[in-house]
Unconditional design. Sequence first.
Length: 402
Amino acid sequence: MKKRILFVDDEPRVLDGFRRSLRRYRHRWDTYYAEGGAAAKLQLEQETFDIVVSDMRMPGIDGVALLTHVREHYPDTIRIILTGQTQREAALRSVSVSHQFLSKPCEGDQLRNVLDRACAVRDLCTDAAHRSIISKLGALPSAPKLYLELNKKMADENTSMGEVAELIEKDIAMSVKLLQIVNSAYFGLQREISNVRDAVSLLGMSMIRSLVLAEGAFKSLQCNEAFGEADLRREQAHGMLTASVAHAICPNSAIGEQAMLASMLHDVGIIILATQFPQEFAMLEPGVVGDSEREKASFGMSHAEAGAYLLGSWGLPIRVTEAVAFHHNPEAVEHDEFEVVTAVHVANGLVCELMPTHAPLDNRTHIDEAYLERLGLSDQLQDWRDLAREIIECPEEQSDAA
């Protein structure tokens, strides 16, 4: 069935541009167009859409207000913001309500790629078979309260770092975690940071959100006999170490930030399966975890799909969700250059290769060198391996990560 996509802009000529550039893809999608936020809300009441692509700056109901409405009333719909603004404030306002942020002008091929990937993630996270499995799990955990409060703060362009620090200081466990991380070898600081306000300033808003979400995701899933506290600590440590390597090998900070979050959470699906199917998980033969076909035979879905489903339900960016979903199979994501999924796939493989005793239950990982060859990145693998070895061999980092 073709996906239904609604484009929203207050300028008719922009909508006409979308019509022209996407006409050749009409066999893939059914596209609809609304002139302004009010018209879009009316159309949403009358029809169902898989994706909404909205301009940021519109009179009356702007893009953030519209996508906030979509998030509240049509949570399964993927939300993409499109704006000509380059200011950081614009991105921060949209980060809590959009799955993807695109700058205008956006070329037709770029838009097609984003829409294709959004559709792939939506299919993964809303497939009927997966829904039936999830329904058997009971209620999946909601996004952590502190993360939601941070999102709300970041949506306000007047929020200061001091206000963010004040919010985090109310959560003692998170305050300790931030101080632990900022004083670890990840940052290599020459002085010890002893207060949350300095830690927040050094880490930055995006990193803070990633750490809060990752910490909350692990805490929200309860351990049991099949998956104990030691297993949980191992998974968290593996995620943090993988995140450090992923960030180090990324070519730019924009990819690096999302790669860190995806790496921290790439195996959260293992915890979902272990905590929601404890009897089945306890009876697994060695080697099943990490073998997607055998996982599906046991649980109805792989751990990568389970993790992506959870993060998709929380509205995380498409690149993060797809990296979690396809960290074993990056070729499933349409791309021809270094991407978030590249970083997670390579970093996870290097950590498992170089530090097998630190690896999680999913230790079957190998790096797809043919994939790196296709991207023209195979000559960098040895440099990445050396970089990962430096990170792994730092005793302070290992102790902090654990």
